[in-house]
Design a binder for this molecule. Structure first.
Ligand code: DGL
Length: 275
């Protein structure tokens, strides 16, 4: 049995990374955990987030994985160093890959970051961008309403409520003249068409989950631990709350049927045998 790549997030957002992983490596098995019983993560304290992060990682590690993608900007910002201390397999978050990509793409040196409140408060993107280039001007904005609107299916390009919220959050960024925008929360690429419509074609959007997926793919190549080319990449999705709502939105977003591959992971099961 081929080992899988483990991916986790608070809910639907990490699917943006799964979509990219399966495009880059169709033969890989993927195990996904969406902690839908406790979403959103982005308004929680660092202490709570570290606890959730350890529980999520422990669950994913029990599924026979060879690498882990922390497909949650909030956990990547607040808890990745703690997870790295104990994780027995390669683990990557979204902040470093997204910051490096943005730094290489900006032409005017102005990079905007939108993310959850916990991510913005952590200063992780600011720190990571400064480590690549101290001259980059960083404009950050927390967008706490984006995760609830995505989790509730308000992401169609013509959704009136979503359009108002996008315009409210992004007006300052538009005025700042930033030419590059990091979607620092993995839920945000689901709103990409609305964000693009508002900011126009001159702003390059960086999808943090996608950038992290590229790093995982490279690492798997370097370590020579890729799945056999005859392996049919199986995907299994675990959620900690009722699967039905997750299934319908995830199918809409992934543009494929996943109902039979979705399982419920109870919180009791998640809290067993923590790392
Ligand atoms: N998708 C996550 C992130 O990238 C979590 C957002 C949330 O649950 O608030 O930050």
């Amino acid at each position: 049995m081929e080992k899988a790549i483990g991916v986790f997030d608070s809910g639907l957002g990490g699917l943006t990374a799964v979509k990219e992983l399966s495009a880059l490596m169709p033969n890989e098995n993927i195990i996904y955990l969406g902690d839908t019983a406790r979403v959103p993560y982005g308004s929680r304290s660092p202490e709570t987030l570290v606890r959730f992060a350890k529980e999520d990682l422990a669950f994913v590690l029990r599924q026979n994985v060879k690498a882990v993608l922390v497909a949650c900007g909030t956990i990547s910002s607040v808890a990745l160093p703690v997870l790295k201390e104990t994780c027995p397999v390669f683990v990557e978050g979204v902040v470093g890959p997204a910051a490096r990509s943005a730094a290489s793409k900006t032409k005017n040196g102005k990079v905007a970051v939108i993310a959850t409140s916990a991510t913005v408060n952590s200063g992780a993107y600011r720190k990571e961008l400064a480590s690549v280039d101290t001259n980059i001007e960083v404009i950050e904005k927390a967008c706490p309403m984006f995760v609830p609107i995505v989790e509730n299916g308000y992401f169609a390009r013509d959704n009136a409520a979503a359009k108002i919220i996008v315009s409210d959050y992004l007006t300052e960024i538009k005025k700042s003249g930033a030419d590059t925008l990091i979607l620092g929360c993995t839920h945000y690429p689901i709103l990409r068409p609305l964000i693009e419509d508002f900011l126009g074609p001159d702003v390059t959007l960086i999808d943090s989950g996608k950038e992290a997926a590229k790093v995982i793919c490279k690492k798997i190549g370097e370590e020579n631990i890729g799945a056999d080319k005859n392996n049919v990449g199986n995907h299994t999705y675990y959620v900690t709350d009722e699967p039905s709502g997750f299934v319908s939105l995830a199918e809409l977003f992934l543009d494929k049927k996943i109902k039979d591959e979705v399982r419920k992971a109870t919180l009791d099961e998640m809290l067993k045998q923590n790392v």
